[in-house]
Design a protein around this ligand. Sequence first.
Ligand SMILES: Cc1cc2nc3c(=O)[nH]c(=O)nc-3n(C[C@H](O)[C@H](O)[C@H](O)COP(=O)(O)O)c2cc1C
Length: 219
Amino acid sequence: MSGGVVAKEHESVSRKGSSTTRRILVTLNGSPVVGSSVARLLAAIGAGALEAGGALSSFECNTLTVKPCQACGPEPTTGFCIFHDDMDAIYAALQGAHAIAVGSPIYFDGVSAQLKLVMDRCNCITPLVRLEGGGYGFRPLWARTRRGVFVTALSTKHRYDLAERSVRGFLKWVGARWEETLAWQHDDEEPGSVVTRPDLIERARAIGRRLIESDLLSV
Ligand SMILES: Cc1cc2nc3c(=O)[nH]c(=O)nc-3n(C[C@H](O)[C@H](O)[C@H](O)COP(=O)(O)O)c2cc1C
C-alpha cells in the first residue's frame, strides 16, 4: 500500500453551519504540469465550490501510485479492487462525492495516461458480476446521482470529443452524469496560458458554484 497523502482537502462550513451537510466536490487532475491550464481551471472550479459552501477533495493523478487495471473480473474481490494503492482514497472520495470535476490535457486525442490509470481502475465501481440465471451483467455499487464535468486544454487545430467520450463513460461508471465540458483551445505553447482568458476562469468558478448549489440528481 502506498503511504503518500493523495488528496488535498479544503473544507468550509456549509451555509447551514453544519459539517454533516457539507457537499463535497471531488476533482481529478490528469495534467502533470504544475500551474497548467487544466490545473488552473480545476482550481477555479474548486474555488467556486468553496464559495458556495462546499468542501473540496482534490487529487493530482501524476503524484499517485496507481497500478494499471488487470481486467480480472468478474467478482475477483469483495472490495473495489484486488490492488490496494492510492486508489483506495479515490474510491472513498468518489463514493462520498456530491459532484465530480475531471480535468485532463489532450494527449494524442485522448486523456493523459495519468488520468487513464485512475479511470480504468474505477471499472469495478460498476463491476461485472455473474447473474443468478447465468450470464454476466454490470451492477453499480451506488446510485448515479452525482453531477460531473470535464475540463480540458488542447490546440485549436485538434479535437477533444474522443477524450470527452471517454470521460463521460468514466463518469457514468462512478455514479455521475456528465453535464458540460469546458475546453481551453489555444495556439500558444505557454503552460497555464488560460490565465489570458479571465472569462473562462470565471466560467469555471460558476461551474463550481453550480455543482455545489445543485441538488443530487434523482434516479
Ligand atoms: C504527449 C502529448 C500529447 C499531446 N497530444 C495532443 C493532441 O493530440 N492534441 C492537442 O491538441 N494537443 C496535444 N498535446 C498538447 C497539449 O494537449 C496542450 O499543450 C495542452 O494545453 C496541455 O494542457 P495542460 O498544460 O493544462 O496540461 C499533447 C501534449 C503532449 C505532452
